[in-house]
Write a protein that binds this ligand. Structure first.
Ligand SMILES: [Zn+2]
Length: 326
């Protein structure tokens, strides 16, 4: 493709980050296509990262299969893919930094300890709703042995609260305010009370695995990701990731969360609810479906396009549809 460099081209780096827990399905192809189109529409680079940090849930060989599926669709990363499973040392360094700065603490609680403490606080578990960690270990282990590490979202002091030009009153207000605000390129202004909604979340799990939130933030920072384009089901992870970015002193990317693809039953498609693997015998057909889910207009001559022509048309359509004024 010989496109003129778009404004900000030098800085734009996007990524698609599949978990190899199963092959791409209709929903994950939408996220892949969206992130690729956004990178191309900005004249930027597009990377692929295999998020295999939750190793017991990964299916051997699926990573290679996903990369093949992407290539079949003409979505080829601009650099060799990265595997999270090879990046433990980076996550450890980030955790060490958070611990040293007082942003992380060890937790000795088992799942049952946490449920008992929540019950004692009168919190009943609602269906599908995870209760926030009750904070048992926030101020010390009291002789117990740490099993996991948690991020202290409850006592988190936002960076801007400490800016020297702020008045003492403003600083106090900021510290008391646990709301994290952010702006999504499609969803608009968003906010979440991180302390109340998710509480002090896990960074390193009791089973020795790295938590998704930490791995994503460290990888996005190391790869210089300027724009995260992913499915709307991940939108409520964003405030936690922004808090981590602030604590680690790394930049916060721009975010765009794409519409979810729903199955016949109205529920979002995911590997968990048995979304079938894509039939890529006709990749143009699969991509057309994904483009439709993103609200892009149909191709003018749907049967006379090469994959490359179709992708080029969608880049133009994407630019109109999503890059108006972020
Ligand atoms: Zn604990």
């Amino acid at each position: 493709m010989t496109e003129g460099a778009a404004p900000g081209a030098a800085r734009y780096i996007g990524r698609f980050a599949p978990s190899p827990t199963g092959p791409l399905h209709a929903g994950s192809l939408v996220a892949a296509l969206a992130s690729w189109l956004d990178a191309r529409a900005h004249g930027g680079r597009w990377l692929v990262r295999i998020e295999d940090v939750d190793t017991p849930r990964c299916m051997p060989g699926t990573d290679r299969f996903i990369l093949q599926q992407l290539a079949t669709c003409g979505l080829v990363p601009d650099a060799p893919p990265e595997w999270q499973s090879a990046r433990s040392a980076h996550y450890q360094r980030a955790l060490d930094q958070l611990v040293a700065q007082g942003h992380a603490y060890p937790c000795a609680c088992s799942r049952k300890d946490i449920e008992d403490a929540q019950a004692a606080l009168g919190h009943a578990r609602e269906r599908h709703a995870a209760l926030p960690y009750p904070g048992t270990c926030r101020h010390g282990l009291q002789g117990r042995t740490g099993r996991s590490w948690r991020f202290n979202a409850t006592d988190f002091k936002q960076k801007q609260a400490l800016a020297p030009d702020r008045s003492a009153q403003a600083a106090t207000n900021s510290i008391a305010n646990t709301l994290q605000h952010w702006s999504d390129r499609r969803l608009g202004p968003q906010q979440q009370d991180v302390a109340r909604t998710v509480g002090d979340f896990v960074l390193h799990r009791a089973d020795g695995l790295w938590a998704y939130q930490l791995a994503v933030v460290v990888d996005d920072a190391d790869q210089g990701i300027s724009d995260v384009v992913r499915g709307e089901d991940l939108a409520d992870n964003t405030p936690r990731q922004i808090r981590l970015q602030q604590a680690l002193g790394v930049p916060t990317p721009r975010y765009l969360h794409t519409p979810l693809v729903c199955g016949d039953n109205g529920e979002k498609l995911s590997k968990q609810n048995g979304a079938r693997a894509l039939d890529l015998a006709d990749p143009l057909q699969a991509l057309s479906q994904a483009a439709r889910a993103l609200g892009l207009p149909a191709l003018e001559h749907p049967h006379n396009n090469s994959l490359g022509d179709a992708l080029a048309q969608w880049v133009v359509a994407w630019r109109r549809h999503y890059n108006g004024s972020p």
